[in-house]
Ligand binder design. Structure first.
Ligand code: AHR
Length: 673
């Protein structure tokens, strides 16, 4: 008998090994492949809770060039030449010059007509008239914007700058490609007398496109010219307010219930001298001093200032939440005994936002074009400062002064009241979480035991960070969705939640991951951005009682809400996160609805998932991980839905004629929930 070939046996052993590996993986998730898990939803009104209108919102921080070089559409970077500091000569970066040292000398001096930002650019042209001729095209200066200006053919750009010279000027102002060789738009500025600082304006019509264009100011005429406050704005910003349209649309699409601003660490500063001070950010843009945000390491001209933030919230139709500096930075603090000027500063800021148009600061707002008060009802006293030496003492002073002047304003403490009650008065306590995917997912139950009386939670910053998250992975979004479902189920203890950070200009990735990624011309949402879309309808909706059965390793979490669309149609939305790596058949039982009130037509399933938990979106594949909607055919009070591994699924069931059975009665309309 010949020797038996070993191959069948080897293949059999490989099969056993692979099966064991697969089994081990499945066991680790706690759910076998296609294991059924039951979800019970009680749609009766007896156990329903009203979800706050504000539960899911956004947090805008000036980080990663979110505002300067981002949402704020100003195309010139360092428009007032102040970024190099108050001493001269100073660094004019990213400005540069056209020509060479024998034809032009560019420096700075302190001759600006603007009192709060004295630096101006001095350009001495050595060529032309009686000396050697200037090169064709002239000599001058250019600004590349924030890693390139997005100039689009057919669009108009408004240029404003201030100029001074003892001689008549003849300037060419042009938008060119990144090398300066291709002209996209050009015009001349000719003036016979600019011996005093003179404001110049021009509209440049683009005849070509380049996402990395630059602005040039050149001349062929000898002499000394000073420039200051050079601004170039697209004319098609949102309602002409200065917000970049595509980025604004990304925010609007989230239907945010609130907008926290202008930042976290940005508000504190590494040092108080570099903190955001609202009074320095209002009024004519030319007069704003701008400041160096020393935590995130860049200069901002503060075009996006206190007024613009309030306007942004109003335009988004959302509730502004102002985080103010409370006399505390990362490295220095004001003693409580000296805190009064800081309190007055905040009271002034509140009057600016809410005061009557005849009040001192309300009149300033009115003069800026907004006579009606802004709807500012929430403030946060500092950011992540609980435990700092003077935090509590100063907090109490802020609290008393604000409540005395504005009893309806809700005040947010930096101290965490989720485990034990706060030892000071507050309307909300702030809670931040940045951690691994499993840790964030595992924190979904955090608020199950949080106090139901007293201040509610404001989870103002949450995100999966580190290796799990990369620059914005699927698994990060899935874990965050699980966490948000936990918050939704605890909507009687949690009032508000926002992801952080919101934006990143891909050229300044100081903080990863972020919800929205952009450059000068393009934008995409990370999976965490799209994840938030699943919660848009939750604000003001009704939370139903729901529970999962046979969910051994807790790798699933689910919630159920009812909500009404713009046409007053009523929907039951079941959201489920599968954090594990196997398919799960979700066996849904809905109790408490009239028989046959769930309708197949118009009922859908929306899924956020991808082949690999570490998958990310990018400029090359911006839609790799986006919600995918499909029709649900088999709809009923008892139904099975297969839920993919590492997924967030929304099952949206249209309710026929919505009526909910109550104990002891036939039906009750919940339209008033
Ligand atoms: O979101 C980024 C930073 O994280 C915020 O500025 C700060 O509040 C937190 O530490």
């Amino acid at each position: 008998m010949g020797a038996i070939t070993p191959w069948p046996r080897i293949l059999f052993l490989i099969f056993i090994a692979l099966s064991a590996f697969y089994f081990h993986q499945s066991s680790a998730d706690g759910i076998e492949a296609d294991q059924p898990v039951a979800l019970y939803v009680n749609a009766s009104e007896t156990s329903a809770k009203k979800i706050p209108n504000t539960l899911f919102g956004i947090f805008f921080e000036e980080i990663n060039h979110a505002g300067a070089g981002g949402l704020w559409a100003e195309l010139v970077s360092n428009r007032g030449f102040e970024a190099g500091g108050p001493n001269v000569p100073s660094n004019i970066d990213p400005w540069s010059f056209i020509g060479n040292e024998s034809s032009v000398i560019v420096s700075t001096d302190r001759s600006s007509c603007f009192e709060r930002n004295k630096i101006a650019l001095r350009m001495e042209v050595l060529c032309g008239e009686g000396s050697k001729a200037c090169p064709a095209g002239g000599v001058g200066i250019y600004n590349p914007g924030f890693w390139g200006m997005n100039i689009e053919q057919g669009k108009a750009y408004k240029l404003v700058f201030y100029v001074r010279s003892s001689r008549p000027i003849n300037l060419s102002v042009s938008l060119t490609g990144s090398t300066g060789l291709q002209t996209l738009a050009t015009t001349s500025i000719v003036a016979s007398d600019v011996s005093n600082w003179t404001k110049m304006e021009a509209t440049l019509q683009a005849k070509g496109s380049d996402a990395k264009a630059r602005l040039q100011l050149t001349t062929t005429r000898k002499g000394v010219i000073w420039f200051d406050q050079v601004s170039l704005m697209p004319t098609d910003t949102y309602k002409g307010r200065g917000f970049r349209n595509d980025l604004f649309a990304m925010l609007k699409d989230l239907k945010p219930g609130f907008m926290r601003f202008p930042g976290g660490c940005f508000v504190e500063g590494d040092w108080l001298r570099n903190a955001f001070r609202w009074k320095e950010t209002i009024g004519p843009w030319e007069e704003r001093p701008g400041h160096f945000g020393d935590v995130w390491h860049y200069w901002t001209d503060d075009g996006l200032g206190h007024f613009e933030f309030l306007q942004l919230a109003e335009d988004l139709g959302t509730a502004p939440i102002w985080v103010f500096n409370n006399g505390v930075s990362h490295n220095d603090e004001v003693e409580t005994s000296s805190i009064f000027p800081f309190i007055q500063e905040i009271l002034d800021g509140l009057e600016f936002a809410r005061g009557d148009a005849h009040s001192k600061w309300g009149s300033v707002r009115a003069a800026l074009g907004h006579p009606e008060p802004f709807d500012l009802k929430y403030v946060a006293v500092g950011n992540e400062d609980c435990g700092k030496k003077y935090y509590l003492g100063s907090y109490l002073r802020f609290y008393d002064a604000i409540k005395r002047a504005y009893p309806d304003i809700k005040i947010i403490s930096n101290c965490d009241g989720s485990s034990k009650p706060l030892d000071h008065p507050a309307d909300f306590y702030d809670y931040h979480i940045y951690s691994s995917a499993s840790s964030v997912f595992g924190t979904a139950q955090k608020f199950d035991k949080a106090p139901r009386s007293g201040p509610k939670a404001f989870v103002s910053e949450y995100a999966v960070t580190g290796d799990d998250a990369g620059k914005g992975s699927l698994i990060a979004a899935i874990a965050e969705a699980g966490f948000l479902i936990g918050l939704e189920k605890n909507c009687d203890a949690v009032e508000m939640a926002s992801y952080a950070p919101l934006f990143v200009n891909t050229n300044d990735r100081t903080w990863d991951p972020d919800a929205i990624v952009f450059d000068s011309s393009k934008v995409y949402g990370t999976p965490s951005y799209w994840m938030q879309h699943f919660f848009r309808e939750s604000n003001g909706a009704t939370l139903l009682d729901s529970s999962l059965r046979s969910n051994p390793a807790n790798s699933l979490i689910a919630s159920a809400i009812t909500w009404k669309d713009a046409d007053s149609r009523k929907h039951l939305r079941i959201k489920v996160v599968n954090f594990g790596s196997n398919n799960v058949t979700l066996q849904i039982s809905v109790d408490g609805l009239e028989v046959n009130s769930l309708q197949s037509s118009g009922s859908t399933k929306v899924v956020l998932t991808s082949g690999n938990p570490k998958d990310e979106n990018s400029f090359q594949t911006p839609n790799k991980i986006v919600p995918i909607k499909s029709q649900l055919d088999e709809v009923g009070e008892e139904m099975d839905v297969v839920v993919s591994p590492h997924s967030l699924t929304s099952i949206d069931l249209l309710i026929n004629s919505y009526s909910i059975r109550t104990v002891g009665s036939n039906s009750v309309d919940v339209s008033s929930y």
